[in-house]
Design a protein around this ligand. Sequence first.
Ligand code: AMP
Ligand code: GLY
Length: 430
Amino acid sequence: MTMKILVVGGGGREHAITRALSRNTETELYAVMARANPGISELCRELLLEKETRIDAISAFALKKSIDYAIIGPEAPLEAGVVDRLEAEGVPCMGPTRAAARLETDKAFCREMMERHGIAGCPRYRVFRTADEAVRFLEGHAGDLAVKPIGLTGGKGVRIMGEHVDRRGAVDYIRSLGSDIVLEERLIGEEFTLQAFTDGTHLVPMPLVQDHKRAYEGDEGPNTGGMGSYSMPDHGLPFITENDQRSALGIMQSAVAAMNEAGTPYRGILYGQFMNTRDGPMVIEFNARFGDPEAMNVLSLLETDLVGIIERSIDGTLSRSRVRFAEKATVCKYIVPEGYPDSPVAGQPISLGPYDPALLYYANVEEREGILSTQSSRTIAFVGLGRTLSEAEEIAELAASGVKGRVRHRRDIGSATLLKKRIDHMKELR
Ligand code: AMP
Ligand code: GLY
């Protein structure tokens, strides 16, 4: 029987989701996005070109096409309540309701939930409704802090004292935010991402991934949505012990249990962003969806049918033993417009070189009469798969460096030098 599946979102992550779904030949795929993504478009029966937060239009489209299941890529439609609406109309979704998505969309809610349920890995934090109160607290506090707006910022809203800003800069930033601010202790360590499928009770972990937020090589420059990411053949990371990995999954399991207990069950993909500190993993944040780029690493490895995973997560029968990922390394490199993220040059033509055997994922890119051109966000991504990290890196780098036009990428993602830096940093801390 053909399954009709709707994908909400139009970036690199959603291209990876759509491609994984398309490996099941019994599917008929549909997608909603603001501007046609050439990669997704090619795999779909029909697209709805519409803002991903236009709930009415999305639900009308889903009903008209008799969609069986929907899967939600980005956070904005979750926050807008797309899952609540589609499920009310009888379309089950892979993705949390608006109330459950607050785990991502409301940083104060997330921290308060962790504290209330005694979940491990919660940094010391304070929530402030006004800038004045936050500034007063900061001025009376000796250590470095992370300054965060409570709501969604596309990964670009956090300022860390001693890293992005000094004390004066932190005060200015708090004043520019004006209200609804979280201040947290600054965590020191190495970051990693653990994503899991969940049916509201069971969690199925995916391979660990490390993302690269900073725009430039050597982790310099402003924070971005993520410039690229890598994962290892054993699905761990060389600076994360098995014990750390178990703790991180335990924290996510507790968060899902707590959401259940609170009457807002969490179903979909749970993304844990962790800082591996001297004392183990601490939660930087939860996201209510796959990461972008991290989705491209894990979905390129997924051997199990994603449609089956969606079905089992909806009927509450997810089981770890039935989900398999290839035991390979992955390296994902994003090609971004020159000037990204602060002043990206949009509307510039690009041309691709030969990229095989790398996988190509389209993101914020326009195709007109066969010509690809940049938009203001991340353009396209290449994923290399290999038996070793260096093999995967070489494949991704060769593909990325073949792109011509006013674009750039980080050459160091997945490199031995960068990996050694991470390992040495962790050794130094422990
Ligand atoms: P977020 O938007 O919460 O993912 O934060 C963006 C980035 O800021 C993270 O990937 C970390 O690099 C950094 N960050 C966030 N919170 C903290 C913290 N408490 N301590 C240190 N770094 C942090
Ligand atoms: N790569 C970070 C995120 O998707 O939030």
